[in-house]
Design a protein around this ligand. Structure first.
Ligand SMILES: [Ca+2]
Length: 347
C-alpha cells in the first residue's frame, strides 16, 4: 500500500489505532492469540477429578479452541458422557459430539466397569438424559478417526484421562490416527532423566501408553505441574459459585460433589489437566527427551518400563512459569464466567 496518497494524520491515526488495539489484546491475554481456532478433541475421564470439568468448560468457552468432540474413557462412561454433554450445552455448544469410549484398560475386553479409583465422583450433576443433547452414535476411537480424516493434519488429540481410547484408535484406525497433528497428554513429571515419574493417566493403561510411544503420531508428554499457580483461589471459587449464570449451578455442584465423594479431594479445585491447553497456547516449554518411561507397579496397577526414547521423538513439557500460570488462571476464570453466546439473547 502506498501511504503517500493519504494525509499524514490519517496514516498516523490508523497506526495508533492498530498499535493500541494490539496492545489491548496483549494486555488481556497472556499468550499470542492463534491465527485461527485450534482444532482439538478432548479425551477425558470427566466426572472423576475436578480439573476435567473446569478445563472442558474452559475449552468450550475459549475462542482460541474449536472443540471438535469430547470423548470419555475409563469406567462409568455413560455418566461421564452426560456430564460432558451438559458442559457443552450450558456453555452454548450443544452441537459438540460426545462419544463414549473404553471402560477398561487394554487388552481387557470392554465391559461395564466403575473405573480404577471407583469412577465417577460428580455424576450427580447429570443423572439422566433429560434435556441433554443426544450422545454420538460412534465409539470414541471411531469418532476421533472420522474427525482426523475430515481435518487431516489439523487435529490435536488431548488426553487428560486413561489412554485406552488412544490405544484403541492407534490399533484399530492407524491410517486415520496418522492424520492427527499431535497427541498431547497430561502425563506425569518430566524434568530430567533422573527426575521423572509417570502419572495416573499413563499408569491406568500402560499398554496404550506404549502403543502411543511407538506410533508415528507426534506425542507430547506434559508435566502435571500447571495446577500450582493456575488453580482457582478461594476468591475465584466464590466468584464461580455466586455468578448466577446458566453454568453456575453445574460448576458449584460439581465442586461440592467432588469434595464429598473423592477421599483425597483438596479444599480448592485444581487444574492439572489445563496443561494441555497451556501447551497449545505456547505457554509451556518443551524439550526433546532421550528419557525412558518407567511405568512402575503401583497398588494393583501393573508396571513395566518402555524402552528408552533414543531418537528423542517425544517432547516433554516442563513446568509452566508462575507468572504465566497466574495469568492463565485469570483468563480461564474469564472464560468460565462468560455468558455463553446462545444464552445471551435469553437473559
Ligand atoms: Ca483427568
Amino acid at each position: 500500500m502506498n501511504f503517500q496518497n493519504f494525509p499524514r494524520w490519517m496514516v498516523l491515526g490508523a497506526l495508533v489505532f492498530v498499535l493500541s488495539s494490539a496492545a489491548s489484546v496483549q494486555a488481556e491475554k497472556p499468550f499470542d492469540p492463534p491465527l485461527a481456532p485450534i482444532k482439538v478433541v478432548l479425551d477425558t475421564d470427566i466426572a472423576e477429578d475436578i480439573d476435567d470439568i473446569l478445563v472442558a468448560a474452559f475449552a468450550v468457552s475459549a475462542v482460541e479452541f474449536e472443540v471438535l468432540a469430547i470423548t470419555v474413557v475409563d469406567g462409568g462412561v455413560e455418566a461421564r458422557s452426560r456430564v460432558a454433554r451438559k458442559v457443552a450445552m450450558l456453555y452454548g455448544h450443544p452441537e459438540i459430539p460426545v462419544a463414549q469410549g473404553y471402560s477398561r484398560s487394554m487388552p481387557l475386553t470392554d465391559q461395564r466397569y466403575p473405573g480404577h479409583t471407583g469412577g465417577v465422583r460428580y455424576g450427580e450433576v447429570a443423572t439422566d438424559e433429560l434435556e441433554l443433547p443426544p450422545g454420538s452414535a460412534l465409539k470414541a476411537d471411531q469418532l476421533i478417526a472420522k474427525l482426523a480424516d475430515e481435518h487431516p493434519g489439523e487435529v490435536h488429540l488431548l488426553t487428560v484421562g486413561s489412554m485406552s481410547n488412544v490405544g484403541h484408535l492407534l490399533v484399530r484406525y492407524p491410517e486415520s490416527a496418522r492424520k492427527l497433528k499431535s497427541i498431547i497428554t497430561n502425563g506425569g513429571r518430566f524434568v530430567s532423566k533422573d527426575d521423572q515419574s509417570i502419572g495416573w493417566n499413563l499408569r491406568y493403561d500402560p499398554i496404550a501408553a506404549a502403543i502411543a510411544q511407538r506410533s508415528e503420531v507426534p506425542w507430547i508428554l506434559l508435566s502435571e505441574t500447571t495446577s500450582r499457580y493456575a488453580s482457582p483461589r478461594r476468591e475465584d471459587v466464590e466468584k464461580l459459585e455466586e455468578a448466577g449464570l446458566p453454568t453456575t449451578e453445574l460448576l458449584s455442584d460439581s465442586i461440592r460433589w467432588w469434595r464429598t465423594n473423592k477421599t483425597d479431594a483438596t479444599s480448592l479445585p485444581h487444574v492439572s489437566d489445563l496443561n494441555v491447553f497451556a501447551f497449545l497456547l505456547g505457554m509451556v516449554e518443551v524439550k526433546k527427551g532421550n528419557m525412558y518411561l518407567e511405568i512402575g507397579p503401583k497398588g494393583k496397577l501393573p508396571g513395566f518400563r518402555i524402552e528408552e526414547d533414543a531418537e528423542g521423538k517425544i517432547l516433554y513439557g516442563n513446568m509452566i512459569p508462575q507468572q504465566k500460570a497466574e495469568a492463565l488462571r485469570e483468563y480461564m476464570m474469564e472464560c468460565l464466567l462468560k455468558v455463553p453466546e446462545r444464552h445471551r439473547a435469553a437473559r
